[in-house]
Write a protein that binds this ligand. Structure first.
Ligand code: MG
Length: 258
């Protein structure tokens, strides 16, 4: 009897079904979807083991036209003095904005590692985030054998869209995000075109030209608030010492009418 129970638990764990997910069903609906914000009953993304080619033991080299935001030593591009240790910038001391505030349409590469041993559960395990314009979050979380509401998982558009799959590596291992972000356009207070994001997590596509519904919210639907055509990037301090390295960005050419 005991062996059968253990086997069942192992089978459930292998399938990524680690018990009921945390979350909510009393929140507003995500605009245009049948799911509530942070819906605990939304299907869990399938777990995919990433390949080995996307993260070297050593960080790679940025392309020649990239703006290097952190090279493992120099954190002077950032407003908040996060601790720099062993080639990584460690979340702590408050949210961290780039000094530069002229980012619109961009390609962004960054690497991060979750605290090990893992501490906490659900949203409390290795939570951080990348915020474009300081508003639009791409979630950073330790979702390796850690379940939470799908629209709050690693690589989710927090509160709107789960990742296509869960491509997390175990805590302590370096992980990559390769991102194409298209800034929203406003005319006065009016939204003309929304923001879009494409994300490769550890070389696995997790967001494919996904539309943002607006500023990221907790337990409330995202909504747009007009802002300038460019803005800063932000890394979130959610109280967990998530480490970052090899952060670079490329500003994308505005093709205009060409
Ligand atoms: Mg977060």
């Amino acid at each position: 009897m005991r062996i059968t129970h253990t086997l069942l638990l192992l089978t459930a764990a292998a399938a990524g079904q680690l018990g009921a997910a945390e979350g909510y069903t009393d929140t507003p609906l995500v605009p245009g979807q049948k799911w509530h914000v942070h819906d605990s009953t939304r299907p869990q993304p399938v777990v995919v083991t990433p390949g080995t080619g996307s993260t070297a033991e050593q960080p790679g080299k940025p392309p020649s036209d990239a703006i290097v935001l952190f090279d493992g030593k120099d954190a002077s591009q950032w407003k908040t003095a996060w601790k720099v240790e062993d080639g990584a910038m460690v979340a702590g001391g408050g949210d961290n904005f780039t000094k530069e505030e002229d980012f619109g349409d961009i390609q962004l590469h960054l690497e991060w590692a979750e605290p090990t041993p893992a501490k906490g559960n659900g949203q409390g395990r290795g939570n951080s985030g990348v915020f474009f314009f300081g508003r639009y979050e791409l979630q950073v979380l330790d979702c390796y054998q850690n379940q939470t509401y799908p629209d709050g998982q690693t690589s989710s558009i927090y509160g709107s869209w789960p990742p296509l799959v869960n491509a997390c590596r175990p805590p302590g291992e370096w992980q990559t995000y390769d991102i194409a972000f298209t800034a929203p356009k406003f005319k006065g207070e009016e939204l003309v075109t929304p923001a879009f994001i494409t994300v490769f997590h550890n070389g696995v596509l997790t967001q494919n030209h996904t539309q943002y519904n607006g500023d990221t919210n907790h337990k409330a639907a995202a909504a747009y608030h007009a802002h300038a055509p460019t803005g800063p990037l932000k890394l979130q301090d959610h109280g967990n010492p998530v480490r970052y390295r090899n952060i670079w960005v490329r500003k994308l050419v505005d093709r205009g009418e060409n």
